[in-house]
Design a protein around this ligand. Structure first.
Ligand code: ADP
Ligand code: MG
Length: 628
């Protein structure tokens, strides 16, 4: 559509994704259909805020009606509910663009998730994805939207049964609101309750009590007057003592579009060089798109109660799970959104709020370890991105970091805890990376550490392979991968009850030399290990090479042309290794055994044998021999 107006009704097909989405909305049985009202009210409130913003440079848009309001009109007899606002409104072209398409990125992910939705979490996702308007079709067979863009003389009607097409037609301005949008829902038979005051009032109070625009309810065919059900006061401007926990939770839900509770609420007013109010929340549950590369933080920026933008990137990326708003008293209102981004006032706010959130986390970490553990469980993997992205706050983030370790029995440990239980002569903080905590905990490379009582951090997140390689240290101790380089554990005494590994005898040495040659194409070295106590072999990365897990991740992403050859380490004290040195086997047989050992080590790591067919043949020869 190229013009802003229509002269005759036009029928359009929904974008394919919208049709799919609508189909899912209508046919999935959401236990909680009430969300549609929250979505429509939130759109109405957004429209009022947009008008407030545009009116800064063009006050005439307000006309003689500067007070924003949302009105819900209920008609039991007709079976309708109307959500009307006096906000910015939409032209016919606006309606075509916004009510027939899905603009937001990440919608695909949303729909995949909705399709796979088994436990009814779909309803919690609706609000996060700019698909809010379509939720009207969960309760309505037909939806009409009549709208008039502020400052214009034309009005249009959008209508649809949600089945595949929608129509946009011109309407007489006398039939339209003087400004803004009127959404009429013709309720389905099983949703008639949404035309009743009692139901609607309850939902508004529970879900939308804190939208920053006052809400009124009018019931047609009843004697009762129109009644205000929400005061539209900005919660963040009230005194903390006047705000209940429930108020905060309601507000959180409307600002975050989530249905859980805040795990942490931070409400304060910064004074001094810059004045601003902050009301932010850390959610109790993890949004599913936390690792979507397109996902941005969505902290809203207000200037003296006027909503400006939610794209100001007030917090660093690694705090993208924090929701809420900042209201500045000193940014000029008439500054463009682009200029605001470069403003020194905004940088001061960014710095101040980020620091405050981290110090607040620090407080909880000290005062309430369980509560902090729950937050870390959800968002630790994101916070760890800060370890390599935010050099300035690295020390603080290391202080906040929690780890499960080889000795912690599933409990979270801080680096301070770790540092307090170093063994004699231990000079590094040891870690093991992987994709699965249990697998990492079982890996043979940990055996020698366990035997010496050395704690090893178990790092199962993707991000762990990155921050550990940027030269981070803690308390003067470097981080060292247990799968990389030679370890020198011999200086650290064995824990009581652990047998000392035998020094390799001559037979073992001769087998090692043989294996080194036989496997020369596969490994850079074969050597005796002090990492192992029970397993016979393991593979590790050579000193100069990358950590194995990082190498695997990069290779999977097509980034390392050729993988560095690993080192095969053997346990000289293991009976099998000792016997291998003594057999009178032929060179072919000894070569088979060397290859099998290497493959065994690879399999224990969760990798396939280097050459599965050759592996199978060697194994068969060995089995045949053992049956002789
Ligand atoms: P979102 O609100 O996340 O953008 P919605 O599906 O709820 O997604 O709404 C889609 C778009 O439709 C909005 O972004 C807005 O442009 C437009 N819209 C919906 N309701 C209104 C309204 N009451 N007034 C003005 N524009 C509206
Ligand atoms: Mg919306």
């Amino acid at each position: 559509m190229t013009t802003d107006t229509v002269s005759a009704p036009e029928t359009h097909a929904f974008e394919a994704d919208v049709s799919k989405l609508l189909h899912m909305m209508v046919h999935s049985v959401y236990s909680d259909k009430d969300v549609f009202l929250r979505e429509l009210i939130s759109n109405a409130a957004d429209a009022c805020e947009k008008l407030r913003y545009e009116a800064i440079s063009n006050p005439a848009l307000f006309g003689d009606d500067p007070q924003p309001r949302i009105t819900l009109v209920l008609d039991k007899e007709a079976g309708t509910i109307v959500v009307e606002d006096n906000g910015i409104g939409m032209s016919a072209a606006d309606m075509g663009e916004t009510l027939g398409t899905i603009a937001r990125s990440g919608t695909k992910a949303f729909m995949d998730r909705l399709t796979a939705d088994k436990n009814g979490e779909g309803q919690q996702l609706i609000g996060q994805f700019g698909v809010g308007f379509y939720s009207a079709f969960m309760v309505a067979g037909n939806v009409d939207v009549v709208s008039r863009r502020a400052g214009t003389d034309e009005a249009a009607r959008w209508s649809s049964d949600g089945l595949g097409t929608y129509t946009i037609a011109p309407v007489d301005t006398a039939e339209a609101p003087a400004r803004g949008t009127r959404v009429t829902l013709h309720l389905l038979d099983d949703a008639k309750t949404y035309a009743e005051r009692y139901t609607v009032e309850r939902i508004v109070q529970a879900q939308s009590g804190h939208v920053p625009v006052p809400i009124f309810i009018k019931e047609l065919g009843s004697d009762e007057e129109e009644r205000q059900v929400a005061d539209g006061a900005a919660l963040w401007t009230k005194a903390k003592s006047d705000i209940s926990e429930e108020d905060y939770a309601d507000f959180y839900r409307s600002v975050a579009g989530q249905f859980d509770k805040p795990a942490l609420t931070l409400h304060y007013r910064a004074e001094g060089r810059h004045e601003y109010s902050v009301l932010t929340f850390i959610p109790e549950t993890k949004p599913f798109d936390l690792f979507d590369p397109d996902r941005k933080g969505r902290i809203k920026l207000y200037v003296r109660r006027v909503f400006i933008t939610d794209e100001a990137e007030i917090l660093p990326r690694y705090l993208r799970f924090v929701r809420g708003l900042v209201d500045s008293a000193d940014l000029p209102l008439n500054m463009s959104r682009e200029m605001i981004q470069d403003s020194p006032v905004l940088s001061a706010i960014q710095k101040g709020v980020s620091n405050r959130i981290l110090s607040e986390l620090d407080k909880i970490a000290t005062s309430d370890a369980d509560r902090y553990g729950a937050i870390w469980e959800n968002f630790g993997a994101v916070l760890k991105e800060g370890l390599y992205e935010d050099f300035e706050r690295r020390a603080q983030l290391l202080g906040l970091a929690r780890f499960k370790t080889s000795t912690s029995n599933g409990q979270w440990r801080s680096l301070k805890d770790y540092a307090a239980s170093l063994q004699d002569n231990q000079t590094a903080i040891y870690y093991a990376t992987g994709t699965d905590l249990d697998r990492i905990a079982q890996s043979p490379q940990l055996e020698g550490f366990k035997a010496r009582g050395i704690e090893v951090l178990l790092l199962p997140d993707q991000v762990d392979s990155f921050w550990t390689t940027v030269g981070v240290d803690y308390d003067g101790k470097p981080f060292k991968s247990v799968t990389q380089g030679a370890t020198d554990l011999s200086l650290i005494p064995l824990a009581e009850g652990s047998a000392a590994a035998d020094a390799p005898n001559e037979d073992v040495s001769s087998f090692i030399n043989f294996a080194k040659e036989a496997l020369a194409d596969q490994v850079s070295d074969v050597r005796v290990s002090d990492r192992l106590t029970t397993s016979a072999v393991c593979i590790v990365a050579s000193e100069s090479a990358m950590d194995l897990q990082l190498e695997r991740m990069l290779a999977a992403a097509g980034q390392v042309p050729e993988r560095a050859k690993p080192v095969l380490e053997v346990n000289a004290g293991h009976t099998l290794i000792a016997k291998l040195g003594q057999t009178g086997a032929s060179d072919e047989e000894r070569s088979d055994l060397a290859f099998l050992l290497l493959d065994e080590a690879r399999i224990a790591e969760g990798q396939p044998p280097a050459d599965p067919r050759a592996f199978a043949e060697r194994l068969e020869r060995l089995m045949a021999k053992s049956l002789n």
